[in-house]
Write a protein that binds this ligand. Structure first.
Ligand SMILES: [Zn+2]
Length: 427
């Protein structure tokens, strides 16, 4: 305190509010003067403090219970046991905040979360995957630490809380992870996969989607519980990757992610010395993915077939119309698609010149004027270089001629002739 009177109080031992309490009760001025030798003229300061404490602490005049932070702060031991004492304090702390957390999720989900399910949710933070990063992701989700647009709009006035993906509802945490209409196909495909792999119908549930836990009323086996926890965590991770994106993650991306991260699960079982158990749990999923990939290949072949069909159609049309077939692919490539761009534009970035009349500007690709300017600059550079070179050559020629003349003169002189440089007479 900057006040001189309170500075004196601090010197005499009144450092914190807890020093104002004697035997668990707010001390009278008499008691304080006796204990700390405070001057009697500071009575007004005492009244100020008492008023502040009585208006801010509900427990007044009794001593308030010590908070966790206060007990850690009060612990001044700087020795080897300090960390273990602080750890003990943190460990023994009553986690009342989790109740608040639970009630927030209950409010979002519109129902009560059973205590047993809530315990599973908390345990699932650490047991869903052996990867520490995955555990942090799940921890943040359960503890509602991600910034939704609804939360941001409460901090920043004027920010629109509407979801960027669907544009239909406020982007709360539940909406972002589960109820957004744009996520419907994504989650539906994942739950269909769960049903096919587990061999029984798995109804889409926000508990599996958000926390990877199965509601207590259904009784799946251990294999399914592990699969739901791990696979749904990877789905939530993908949603977080695309948190601000207008497009939701895709099912194919999720399958690839699960296959990529399954090696982590294999490590988990190998460390326990039970690799066989890994295959017991994950073989149905791996078999399903093999079939899924085979289907994808077939779909790809179908695409090739359809391209062949298009070309065949073009050939037939050209033949029937007695036209040159070589024009047909050109017309096909220059016809605009649904996105208003032709295949040629997508491939080369410019339109093709076809048999249809077209404005010259449309045929000029973007950036063409830059190429023209660059070419003109190159030409100019070349011209300057040629000019300089010819000047240099002329100078060298002149020098050589003068050298030749001198050597000729010296030769004639040595032969007994006298030469008149620049003249016409040789003697
Ligand atoms: Zn949405």
């Amino acid at each position: 305190m900057s006040d001189d009177a309170f500075a004196l109080w601090a010197k005499r031992g009144v450092v914190s509010l807890s020093d104002l309490y004697i035997d668990g009760k707010f001390a009278s001025f008499e008691q304080l003067t006796q204990r700390y030798n405070i001057p009697r003229i500071h009575f007004y300061r005492y009244l100020q403090l008492r008023n502040f404490v009585s208006s801010n602490l509900d427990s007044f005049p009794l001593s308030p219970s010590i908070s966790l932070l206060e007990s850690i702060y009060k612990h001044k031991a700087i020795n080897t046991q300090a960390i273990s004492i602080i750890y003990g304090l943190l460990d023994s702390h009553n986690y009342t905040s989790l109740e608040l957390l639970k009630s927030k999720w209950e409010m979002d989900l519109g129902g009560t979360i059973l205590e047993e399910t809530w315990c599973k949710i908390i345990q699932g933070i650490f047991s869903s995957s052996i990867c520490a990063k995955h555990a942090v992701i799940q921890f943040k989700i359960v503890h509602r630490l991600h910034w939704s647009k609804v939360r941001l709009s409460k901090i920043k006035a004027g920010l629109d809380p509407t979801c960027d993906r669907c544009g239909l509802a406020p982007a709360s945490l539940l909406h972002m992870f589960w109820s957004c209409s744009k996520l419907y196909t994504f989650w539906n495909s994942i739950f269909e996969t769960f049903s096919k792999v587990s061999g029984k119908a798995v109804e889409p549930s926000p508990f599996i989607a958000l926390f990877g836990v199965v509601p207590i009323d259904s009784a799946p086996n251990r294999r399914d519980i592990n699969m739901f926890a791990f696979c749904s965590l990877l789905a939530r991770r993908l949603i977080l990757f695309k948190w601000k994106d207008a497009n939701p993650p895709t099912y194919n991306h999720w399958v690839r992610e699960v296959l990529y991260h399954l090696k982590l699960e294999k490590i988990r079982y190998t460390l326990r010395g039970s690799t066989g158990k890994f295959f017991d749990i994950w073989q149905p999923f791996l078999s399903f993915v093999e079939d899924f990939e085979a289907d994808s290949v077939l779909t790809s072949n179908g695409l090739a077939e359809s391209s062949v069909k298009v070309v065949k159609g073009l050939m037939k049309k050209a033949h029937d119309g007695k036209e040159d077939f070589h024009h047909s692919p050109m017309i096909y490539r220059s016809a605009p698609l649904q996105n208003s761009l032709s295949p040629a534009q997508i491939l080369m970035g410019r339109r093709l010149r076809t048999n249809l009349p077209m404005h010259e500007n449309l045929l000029t690709p973007k950036g063409a004027h830059k190429i023209k300017i660059d070419k003109e600059k190159d030409k100019e550079k070349q011209k300057t270089a040629t000019r300089q070179k010819s000047k240099e050559t002329a100078r060298i020629k002149a020098w050589r001629t003068s050298q030749d003349q001198r050597s000729c003169d010296r030769h004639l002189e040595s032969a007994g002739f006298s030469a008149k440089r620049g003249g016409t007479t040789l003697l």
